[in-house]
Design a protein around this ligand. Sequence first.
Ligand code: IPE
Ligand code: IPE
Ligand code: MG
Length: 255
Amino acid sequence: MNVKQVRDLWKLKNAEKIGDPAKLPRHVAIIMDGNGRWARQHKLSVSRGHRQGTETLREIIRHTDDLGIEALSLYAFSTENWSRPPEEVAALMQLILDFFASEIDELDEKNVRILILGDKSALPEKQRETLIEAERRTAGNTGLHLNIAVNYGSRAELAKAAREIAEEVLAGRLKPEEISEETVSEHLYTAGQPEVDLMIRTSGELRLSNFMLYQNAYAEFVFPKVLWPDFTVEEYDRCLKEFEGRGRRYGGRTE
Ligand code: IPE
Ligand code: IPE
Ligand code: MG
């Protein structure tokens, strides 16, 4: 089924619940926050909280794909998260391996394109290889862009873009006056993808924590209070409904 057919089908099935599929976001970004607090609430280890979070992750990826949304970006591990206790970092690194081992076949079968946002070179070898292999295996797919941010920081991404552009200028392939907003976009990890329409952060925190600063320039923000392991498809649909009701003016006037 192509994107249009999926949207049409979905429109029939969900007409009352969500409304107009034309108002679906093209690109959703999610800061999956609250695993630690969920673990504390349930008197479980932090790593158990992160593991529970990957259950939510599966459901949300599946639902996003079913809806025919073009791109989904998920914040899994930030450049700042290295400062967490070593056992927690190790547990998160292990989860990366487990997640891809269990999901890659289904994602590939569903025509999902996986892209890792972030600097893979600083990751342990196994993780790096797993992520590179997931990207390679799905590179020819044409469905959902699934962006997973691992060792990602938006400032680092922008600094990398500036370096690459400077090199093109030095090499004589680009003139400074030719550098446009598109030039910058083309040097971000998300090159070629639509900008973020809807940004969701769970757990009630109201900040970006260095996530996709450039891509979020005109995103609509929704902050559900629920912790990530408790986030459900129904809650996600409520976020989409909220997005549908937003008036997006981009600085202009609607009438
Ligand atoms: C988000 O959950 C997951 C990662 C940062 C990897 P947290 O671990 O930040 O959860 P809280 O904020 O401590 O509840
Ligand atoms: C952002 O959450 C990073 C991820 C969700 C991967 P954090 O929990 O690390 O961010 P802060 O510390 O609340 O800013
Ligand atoms: Mg947090």
